[in-house]
Ligand binder design. Structure first.
Ligand code: SAH
Ligand code: SF4
Ligand code: F3S
Length: 439
């Protein structure tokens, strides 16, 4: 193992990418590299990229442009993740100083690719593994989050929604074995973590590769790992959302009372055009299961406005859906045409200005809903997991089990450690956070 080699990594995109980076960092460290926080000090600059929307994709090319000056001083560049898989060898044309381009389905081969990089090769690719059945499992995960342990349980996606790049960038859907997942959960608990987040583009499409557990059974099993107090999972797909998930949340207090269930549109016509494989009614039935649960389950969603052909009346159906579900949070996006996707050839009939207007209408409505929802917590005492400090406000920051940000003051002069728990009485509410005092 050589010494003295350093790398810098920057990560864009979703939770899965963030966790992939934890595994890439662990792998590089195993290869004798030390992580540095400054590009100028690194021998190897790694960009783990996202191409979900056009803006996300542009970021990596801006970054590469900012730092290409370093190439002359001998630094090497690697582009990995979703833009890497999508653009492939075209990245070498756009940015000739890049030496390695690899998609997430090829990370198992990183040690070999790094060795070739060190041997002086300049156009190394890991792009041919999207049809693999294997998942990237490594014991060399360098966990960067001090209070939340991530576990990927399913990789890739087979849903092929009309607007989405993920099936092309992450490849075929493949699940890990539940034994291996549970072993990792125990290792995380042994490290002192009390919160686990299970990850997958469609986490609830999980099919145990050892055939033992359903997704809901896996949730319950992770929730019973000694030492684990909170289990989260993201993202759930409405098509595969089954009632036993709600029953598991009701049965095990360690399973957080929060479900992120992206709907994308409130119009069944638009959902069909998006190839989402469910209708508005199908979706609302799942919402009804959650609303009739014993515990109060917080529900959040993702919405795309301005999908090709979305009429004003169909957009109105989405706004109506917000009124009906009363979400605790909505991530709204303007439709962004993406390479390789079926929607690309649909006429993108809605102007940028109209998309912006619809997004604003949506978010304004949602803000009012959240103001009311968050206000209901006034006077409650909640269990909060500490995440950090906001020194300017003199507040401790954390989250409730429902994943709501809670900022609070404490009588103790010593700030509580990230990952510890506090009981907080809510004294003030906002549309996106709660404030209170430790009791
Ligand atoms: N697997 C998850 C979503 C992953 S991508 C699911 O199926 O729900 C995260 C979010 O990005 C999506 O929910 C969607 O709202 C948004 N998104 C994906 N592709 C997009 C595109 N081409 N334009 C705008 N938003 C998009
Ligand atoms: Fe994309 Fe659809 Fe797969 Fe989600 S389910 S990752 S939106 S293709
Ligand atoms: Fe982006 Fe890839 Fe995640 S496109 S959102 S990093 S799966």
């Amino acid at each position: 193992m050589a010494t003295g080699k350093t790398f810098y990594i920057e990560t864009f995109g979703c939770q899965m990418n963030a966790h992939d980076s934890e595994k890439v960092i662990g792998t590089l460290e195993q290869q004798g590299y030390a992580q540095v926080q400054d590009e100028a000090e690194a021998d190897l600059l790694v960009y783990n990229t996202c191409s979900i929307r056009d803006k996300a994709e542009q970021k990596v090319f801006h970054r590469l442009n900012d730092y290409k000056k370093f190439y002359k001083s001998g630094k090497r560049f690697a582009v990995i993740g979703c833009v890497a898989q999508q653009e492939g060898e075209r990245i070498f044309e756009k940015a000739p100083y890049v030496s390695l381009v690899a998609g997430s389905a090829s990370y198992r081969k990183l040690p070999e690719m790094i060795a070739r990089l060190e041997a002086g090769e300049s156009r190394i690719t890991g792009l041919d593994d999207r049809q693999t059945d294997e998942t990237f499992e490594t014991e060399f995960t360098s966990r960067q989050n001090p209070y939340r342990g991530y576990i990927t349980i399913i990789e890739g996606c087979d849903k092929f929604c009309a607007y989405c790049v993920v099936p092309y960038t992450r490849g075929k859907e493949r699940s890990r074995g539940s034994d291996s997942v549970l072993e990792e959960a125990k290792r995380i608990a042994d490290l002192g973590y009390t919160e686990i987040q299970l990850l997958g583009q469609n986490v609830n499409s999980y099919k145990d590769s050892s055939g033992k557990l359903s997704f809901a059974e896996l949730l319950a099993a992770v929730g019973q790992v000694p030492g684990i107090r909170r289990v989260r999972f993201t993202t759930s797909h409405p098509r595969d959302f089954t009632k036993d998930i709600v029953e598991a949340i009701d049965a095990y207090d360690t399973l957080c009372d929060h479900v992120h269930l992206p709907v994308q549109s409130g119009s069944s016509r638009v959902l069909r055009a998006m190839a989402r494989e469910y209708t508005r009614d199908w979706y609302l039935e799942r919402i009804a299961w959650m609303k009739s649960a014993r515990r109060k389950i917080s529900i959040t969603t993702d919405i795309i406005v301005g999908f090709p052909g979305e009429t004003p009346a169909e957009f109105e159906e989405t706004v109506e859906l917000l009124n009906e579900v009363q979400y605790d949070g909505v991530f709204g996006f303007k439709y962004s045409p993406r390479p390789n996707t079926p929607a690309l050839v649909m006429i993108d009939s809605i102007s940028e200005a109209e998309k912006s207007l619809r997004l604003q209408v949506l978010l304004d409505r949602q803000r009012e809903i959240q103001r009311v929802n968050y206000d209901k917590h006034l006077g409650e005492t909640l269990e909060v997991m500490v995440e950090g400090m906001n020194p300017t406000r003199g507040q401790v920051t954390g989250r409730s089990s429902q994943n709501k940000p809670v900022n609070f003051t404490t009588a103790s002069p010593i700030a509580p450690a990230p990952g510890s728990y506090a009981r907080v009485k809510v004294t003030k509410t906002f549309p996106n956070s709660l404030a209170g005092e430790a009791v």
